[in-house]
Structure formats: C-alpha cells, structure tokens
Design a protein around this ligand. Structure first.
Ligand SMILES: [Zn+2]
Ligand SMILES: [Zn+2]
Length: 352
C-alpha cells in the first residue's frame, strides 16, 4: 500500500510504498476513507523546533506514517478485539490511553500518564490502510459522513474548549486564532448562544473566514483590537471569555487586557517556551480563571460533538477549503503556505 511517511529529521514527507499493516490482538485495521491535515502534520512537514520537541516527548521512531485525523471502515479486527466489528465506520481519537493509570481510572483518560499519540508514537493514517487500538475508535452514526468523521478529532478540541469555558447564552467571547479549530469554536459558541464572538487573526484569509462564520473578524495587524473590544463590551469592561488558539507569545502581551473582571480564559495553543505573565495584575486582581486543555474528553466530547453534527446543528465541513488524494501530498502542503482552511485527503481509488 501507499503511505505518507516521515523518513527522518528533514524537510517534507515521502509518498511511498510500505507494507500493509496487520492488526495486533487489540487493534483494528481500517481502510482509510478521509483524513485531514492538522497543525502537528504541518510542523512535522517543516520539522522545526516545535516538531522536534513534540516528537521527542512522545517517542517518535523513524520512519513513521504521519497523520492522525481520519475516518474509515473496519476491514479486519485483532483476535482480542471485543467492541468493534468488521464493516463499522469509525473515526480515531489521537490520544491513546493506557487504561491502567490514575488519570485513566479517574475519568481523565484524555490526559493519560502513559499516553501514546496516534501518528507520532506509532504509525498514523495518511495511508490506504491504518491500524489503531480498538479503544481509540469511535463508531460514527449512520448519517455522519466520512469527511465529517475525519474532522471529529480537531472539531473535538473546539468542542471541549467551549465545554470547559462554561459559557452561557448571552455571553461574549474573543477567539485568538481563526484556523480550523478557532473557526469551529466560533461556530459552536454561536450555536451555544454567545451574543457576540470576536475572531482575531493576522492572516486576511482567516479573518474573512471568521466573518463568514458569523464572527466579528478582526485583523490585529491592521485594526485596533483593544478599541474594538472596548467599544463592544464597554458596559462590562471586557469580554466574558477568551479562547487562545494560536500559541503565540505575542498574543499574551495584551490578552488579559481584553478580559473583564472575573472572566475566564481557555488556552489551547501551545507557546514554544515560557512567557511572562503578570500574575498580580492579570490574574489575581482580575479574578481571572485559566483553564488549559489538551485533547478531547473520551468519550463525552465525542458524543456531544456527534450529536451536534448528526442533528445538523453545526456544519463542520464548512472549514474544509481543499481536497486532495494522498498522492498529491506535496501539493496539499504547498497549499497550506498559500492560505487554506482545513485540507482533506480523500481515498485515492487509483491505487486499487
Ligand atoms: Zn489534530
Ligand atoms: Zn493511562
């Protein structure tokens, strides 16, 4: 079979022939139908510092098949698989829990102490076929498409950010970063009854997408974000919620200025290193709450998201701007640099 492989510590990926995997006792084998490019894949493609840090934390061994956001049909199950069956349509959770540790046994399997990362600590899914432990396979409802299923993993991050914020109808929100997760968060916040959502980015393409998703789109390089926030929230002294989806240290220089007293910040983006924050002014005196998150609650977030998609309450496919086959992998990653929402790979029938 063909797969998109990271062969070593260098730029780019190789689209190459690899051995078709066989499921181990607790694994399932899927025929991949749809997959999506995530920020992690982009950083693996470039192989900069953040890729190196993440790869070493989660035990990367070269060569490995990249990709972790996907959906497909189960075509074979391992001898010990109990809950999944051949023919089922599934999407994969990226965080592979051990099911044995304190976190796993106390309802926090998404932040397992021995966590594996799909497509990093083992082969991923940018391939014709992929294996995964059965405990990361989420069965898709019949009326959820493979493309939607492949987006459950990233959309689940946005979903969980909204869940953790505890936002109420009528509240205001500021979203830093209008990539796929930021855009999906905007959609969910509006679906949850947020009165206003301000979407901020420095990329005009993304600001336009934020506007088309119903947010007040702000290009922070060209517009005065502080003035816009002040104007819109003057009666309450700032926004009720901030969602940080960029990981940019620059954002934190002014982030808390936009938050009202007793407001709440949810941090999703990962800055590359430590950044200075004035605890007294920005957190204590402000009475601010900060909630960090990594991954989706297994499986609460998935079920909630699945219900929203299944009931057509939100259309997560609106973030998809480009579709390719795996054989066009170089073209797909070039498109990332030119500007894109979510980029998807769809099963390349030419190979069969
Ligand atoms: Zn992802
Ligand atoms: Zn665990």
């Amino acid at each position: 079979m063909k797969a998109v492989v990271k062969t070593g510590e260098n730029y780019g990926f190789s689209y190459m022939e690899v051995e078709k995997p066989r499921p181990k006792p607790h694994e399932i084998l899927i025929e991949v139908e749809a997959a999506a490019i995530c920020g992690t894949d982009i950083s693996y493609n470039k192989w900069g510092q953040s890729a190196k840090d993440f790869a070493s934390k989660f035990n990367v061994k070269f060569p490995f098949t990249v990709g972790h956001e996907c959906s497909g049909t189960i075509i074979e199950v391992g001898s010990e698989v109990k809950n999944r069956k051949v023919g089922e349509r599934v999407a994969f959770e990226t965080h592979i829990p051990c099911e044995e540790c304190f976190q796993c046994q106390t309802g926090n399997a998404h932040n397992c102490m021995n966590m594996g990362i799909y497509g990093t600590s083992c082969d991923g899914c940018f391939a014709d076929y992929a294996v995964a432990p059965e405990n990361v396979a989420f069965k898709l409802p019949d009326n959820v498409s493979f493309e939607e299923g492949a987006l459950f993993e990233p959309a689940g991050v946005a979903m969980r950010a909204v869940e953790e914020s505890q936002i109420q109808p009528g509240d205001t929100a500021l979203v830093f970063g209008c990539g796929a997760i930021g855009l999906l968060a905007i959609k969910m916040l509006l679906a949850c009854g947020a009165s206003r959502v301000i979407g901020v980015d420095i990329d005009p393409y993304r600001v336009d997408m934020a506007k088309s998703f119903g947010a007040v789109g702000v290009n922070s390089l060209k517009e005065d974000l502080s003035a816009i926030v002040k104007d819109m929230t003057s009666s309450r002294g700032g926004v009720d919620f901030i969602f940080e989806m960029t990981g940019s240290p620059k954002v934190y220089e002014t982030l808390f200025d936009h938050l009202r007293l007793e407001g709440r910040v949810v941090t999703v983006g990962h800055p590359g290193g430590p950044i200075p924050i004035n605890i007294t002014q920005s957190i204590n005196l402000k009475g601010a709450t900060i909630k960090g998150l990594f991954g989706r609650r297994i499986w609460e977030t998935w079920w909630k998201l699945s219900s929203l998609v299944e009931s057509k309450k939100i259309d997560i496919l609106e973030v998809v701007t480009h579709r390719y086959s795996f054989s066009q992998v170089d073209e797909a990653f070039e498109q990332v640099n030119k500007g894109a929402g979510k980029i998807m790979f769809l099963k390349d029938r030419n190979h069969f």
